[in-house]
Design a protein around this ligand. Structure first.
Ligand code: NAD
Length: 318
């Protein structure tokens, strides 16, 4: 991380810290000497994700649902609000919980930051752009979301969370930032969470057909979790109050991704085309001009390397 944008926080609260991205954030913060209170209801995260952290000095786990108000007694100088179902399999199963976590959960996490005078960073998502009318998507894009569509519970929860964060900063002067994460992948994803990387890796390692939706020409841009964590901590250390995209600017079609994963696993699997879910965006690619300029951040892990490492991790788990 750029030296100007690193900060030695004493104590951070990470909501959703037992999840995929959150557990990597907890690990990175502890490694730089920051104590961490991880608040998680384990609705989509797992105790295994934080098992290596449990015995570490400075790490504390609180099992709690952030849709209920919560207090942290020790001084806090950073709140990273990452609690939210994020994988399609999860938010489709938990629609009301997803909306409550984006709304009430964001409000309660903001209250903790306000009480302690801490910097607050909201994990928002590329989902706020919906079916983008601008490509690549810059932060000035207002989005094109179907408010009653099949994935509206996630996209609108993120949009509401951003509005809540903005209102909190305007009303109480709380020091807030918003990171809009694009697709992130890496170790600790769950094999059945419905996201493309774990699905393709699981199928390829099992020698099963790799199921690509539609014609597979829809694109995503995939950022390794190590890069995402570096970007989140840079945003936290900065004084940026406007949303910032964090993601890879390199686009790949789902068909190319499936073929690359089959190659990396050395699997005999063939691609099978299946029905594409409704409201699945056709393109996703961030414009990262703000992250490059203000945070001196851009992804460093090449997709092929990151996927090879991720395949290696899944191989030991499946
Ligand atoms: P995840 O499901 O692995 O982690 C989310 C964590 O939040 C889980 O541990 C879950 O138990 C916890 N949680 C959910 N609701 C909660 C509640 N009400 N109270 C307490 N804990 C709760 O998902 P992830 O991929 O790690 O995503 C983390 C954050 O990053 C989410 O806010 C997500 O929207 C955002 N994000 C992730 C991606 C990605 O590609 N992984 C992309 C865009 C945005």
């Amino acid at each position: 991380m750029n030296a100007a944008l690193s900060r030695n926080w004493k104590h951070a609260v990470v909501t959703g810290g037992a999840g995929f991205v959150g557990s990597h954030l907890c690990t990175a913060l502890l490694a730089q000497g920051t104590s961490v209170t991880c608040v998680d209801d384990l609705s989509t995260g797992t105790p295994q994700n934080i098992a290596p952290l449990r015995g570490m000095p400075g790490f504390r786990f609180v099992e709690a649902d952030v849709t209920e108000p919560f207090e942290v007694r020790r001084d806090v100088d950073l709140v990273l609000h990452f609690a939210s179902p994020a994988a399609p399999a999860d938010y489709l199963r938990l629609p009301l919980h997803t909306l409550d976590t984006g709304g009430l959960g964001t409000r309660n996490a903001l209250a903790v930051a306000r009480t302690h005078g801490a910097r607050f960073v909201l994990a928002s998502a590329a989902g706020v752009y919906g079916h983008p009318q601008q490509h690549p998507q810059s932060e000035t894009c207002w989005g094109h979301v179907n408010p009653v569509g099949p994935r509206s519970m996630y996209d609108e929860a993120k949009r509401f969370g951003e509005a809540m964060t903005t209102a909190e900063a305007g009303t109480h002067g709380t020091d807030t930032g918003i990171v809009r994460l694009f697709n992130t992948y890496g170790p600790r994803m769950r094999s059945h969470d419905g996201r493309a990387v774990p699905t393709f890796v699981r199928q390829a390692l099992a020698g099963e057909p790799v199921t690509v939706t539609g014609d597979g020409l829809q694109t995503r841009s995939l950022c390794h979790v190590d890069d995402t964590v570096r970007g989140v901590l840079a945003a936290a250390a900065s004084d940026l109050r406007v949303p910032v995209n964090l993601g890879s600017p390199v686009e790949i079609t789902m068909l190319e991704l499936a073929r690359l994963i089959v190659e990396l696993t050395g699997s005999p699997s063939q691609v099978r085309f299946v029905e594409r879910p409704p409201d699945d965006p056709a393109v996703r690619c961030p414009d990262i001009t703000i992250a490059r300029g203000k945070l001196q951040w851009e992804p460093e892990v090449a997709l092929r390397d990151g996927l090879a490492r991720t395949v290696g991790w899944f191989r030991t788990r499946l």
